[in-house]
Write a protein that binds this ligand. Structure first.
Ligand code: HEC
Length: 104
């Protein structure tokens, strides 16, 4: 029993080191930044100009919570057949939250 608790504690301690928000426990913002640049930014740049981040900072942006952030990442991923896996989706969401949305 004791041992199980120790393992659980170690797991949570480790994940919180790289998880910015509890909302994305498997997300690594560093990986997310890379995935965003490689797979997503080209289109956002083409549509919104600059470095593409205008889509995340525009006045009428559509993401309003951590849940809708992940949902939008999944929507853009699936809709454009980018084939990110679940960990990559959470990582992009974690990075976007850290850099732009800042939900708790
Ligand atoms: C082929 C173009 C295209 C690609 C590729 C694309 N997006 Fe988008 N994305 C859009 C457009 C257009 C919108 C705005 C949609 C709207 O306003 O209804 C958008 C909106 C978003 C939003 C919502 C922003 C907000 O708060 O309003 C997020 C988050 C997002 N994209 C993430 C991603 C991620 C992550 C990827 C890569 C996995 C990605 N997108 C790839 C075109 C794209």
């Amino acid at each position: 029993m004791k041992r199980v608790h120790l393992i659980a504690a170690a797991f949570f301690a480790t994940t919180s080191v790289f998880a910015q928000s509890d909302a994305f426990p498997f997300g690594d913002p560093k990986l997310g930044r890379k995935v965003l640049q490689e797979k997503c930014s080209v289109c956002h740049v083409a549509r919104f100009g600059g470095d593409g981040s205008g889509v995340f900072t525009r006045a009428k942006r559509k993401v309003s919570s951590t849940q809708s952030l992940l949902a939008w990442v999944q929507r853009c991923n699936a809709g454009n057949k980018l084939e990110l896996n679940g960990e990559q989706e959470e990582s992009v969401a974690a990075y976007l939250n850290q850099a732009y949305y800042k939900f708790k």
